[in-house]
Write a protein that binds this ligand. Sequence first.
Ligand SMILES: NC(=O)C1=CN([C@@H]2O[C@H](COP(=O)(O)OP(=O)(O)OC[C@H]3O[C@@H](n4cnc5c(N)ncnc54)[C@H](O)[C@@H]3O)[C@@H](O)[C@H]2O)C=CC1
Ligand SMILES: NCC(=O)COP(=O)(O)O
Length: 321
Amino acid sequence: MTQPLPLAVTIGDPAGVGPELVLEAWSRRDELDLPPFVVCSGGDVLPQAARKLGIAIPDNLVVNVEGAGAYTPGTPTREGALQARAALVQALDMVREGQAAGVVTAPVAKSAIFAVDDTFVGQTEFCADACDAPRDDAVMMLAGPSLRTVPMTVHCALAEVPTRLSIDLIVERTRIVARAMHTDFGIAQPRIAIAGLNPHAGEDGRMGREEIDIIAPAIAQLRGEGIDATGPHPADTLFAPHKRDSYDVAIAMYHDQALVPLKTLDFDEGVNVTLGLPVVRTSPDHGTAFDIAGKGIARPNAMIAAIRMAGEIAARRAALA
Ligand SMILES: NC(=O)C1=CN([C@@H]2O[C@H](COP(=O)(O)OP(=O)(O)OC[C@H]3O[C@@H](n4cnc5c(N)ncnc54)[C@H](O)[C@@H]3O)[C@@H](O)[C@H]2O)C=CC1
Ligand SMILES: NCC(=O)COP(=O)(O)O
């Protein structure tokens, strides 16, 4: 049997929990039956973390990227941000060159990378740029055992959300979700519940008109195309246990409307997966956790779930190709 291509895992911000979580996943790969992976990392970062954890790693685990060797957990630096960015570039190149099946990104601090690259908004958008795709085509989904959620608008100020929402945006991004539910998750006719923006989904226009003017017409268009979209649903009850059984994925109108329920229910196993791009990309749902980095107490479950999911999606896409 031919070995599947490895996944390219990025180190993330070296001062965050990325190095220890990647090593924890690697040391438990056989027990957990994880897909093969290599780690895009710079200098002495992974060996330093491995020495601290008392783990021996082979040289061929690391694909070297530019970056300073020494680092201090919990103290992000400019060099660390440059290395995190270089690891992303390297991992995406590996997929494009047919050397890796997909990318798994350890957490980065967006503000730290922004300080060295002012076009950086998030890893999702970075992946879109690397694929020469419009940023809106890269759809962020948070997937956990209890729930899948998609924020319609992502890395923008709350005040910008109403100005960004449009019928076209909702139709285009929901089409991407519907397709990806099939290609990446094996659900051919996904049930898609779409939230409103305002309290009580606008209460017939008395508390905002986005539901009437934008969200409902978008849903009507999607339904006309045969997509099983419903809503606009009041967001405050959409995530209640009895409602969660009624859909395969919930689409929220802004970042926290989607991520608060997911992280409340599934923080330790939540995966951030990028839909709609030719490159498979997943990430743990959590961030750099600078407050606990290097202390050996970070839970590796979300990173492990991200590696597992990337392998599953790559295999599903390969089977459909
Ligand atoms: N996938 C990614 O690259 C993500 C990156 N971020 C970035 O991370 C940075 C820090 O963000 P925060 O809002 O502080 O969120 P965070 O997820 O880093 O931390 C929030 C809380 O959860 C804890 N925590 C996080 N991961 C944990 C783990 N594996 N085990 C145990 N406890 C854990 C932290 O110690 C902290 O108390 C920001 O710069 C943000 O941009 C945030 C989310 C995802
Ligand atoms: N809260 C999720 C998040 O901000 C991660 O974004 P990205 O770097 O994966 O685009």
